[in-house]
Design a protein around this ligand. Structure first.
Ligand code: IDP
Ligand code: MG
Length: 150
């Protein structure tokens, strides 16, 4: 089953949107596999955003993600990465479709509330980076057969 890392970033946590984000993914039919409320270390922030090192917004991005606690989660489902990115919206809130999280709650790219893995391979790498194996729960729901075709 495909998996994505999801972070409710510090602005989302400060604005009381953890429940809103969880509700949207639950409603979508995705299955929660792991969750932890945590302060992000500088080391983890740098590993997570390594691909952006050297870009003009990099220092601000590291300061943002380490500025206050985040809610880190793993969600799974068929096409979970694409489904979650769709619910999250585009990187820039003003380019996000109405109804997406970034559209409905955001204005600025540097305060875009949420992170989601961008490809299935990224999902695998990010889940490994953020969670130990024993922090992830393998489980099934009674409703799975009404959400998942196979
Ligand atoms: P994504 O979060 O939609 O995958 P990425 O391009 O991977 O977007 O960028 C990672 C994060 O870096 C964004 O979510 C946003 O917080 C921040 N970011 C990207 N571009 C800018 C920018 O131009 N200014 C400020 N922050 C940015
Ligand atoms: Mg990205």
């Amino acid at each position: 089953m495909e998996r994505s890392l999801v972070l409710v970033k510090p602005d989302g946590v400060q604005r009381g949107l953890i429940g809103e984000v969880i509700a949207r993914f639950e409603r979508r039919g995705l299955r929660l596999v792991g969750a932890k409320f945590m302060q992000v270390s500088l080391d983890l922030a740098k590993q997570h955003y390594a691909e952006h090192e050297g870009k003009p917004f990099y220092d601000g991005l590291i300061a943002y993600i380490t500025s206050a606690p985040v809610m880190a989660m793993v969600w799974e489902g068929p096409n979970a990465v694409a489904a979650i990115r769709q619910t999250v919206g585009s990187t820039k809130p003003v380019e996000s479709a109405p109804g997406t999280i970034r559209h409905d709650f955001g204005l600025e790219v540097g305060r875009n509330l949420i992170h989601a893995s961008d490809k299935p391979e990224t999902g695998v790498r990010e889940v490994e980076l953020w969670f130990k194996n024993d922090e992830l729960v393998d489980w099934t729901r009674d409703v799975d057969r009404w959400v998942f075709e196979k």
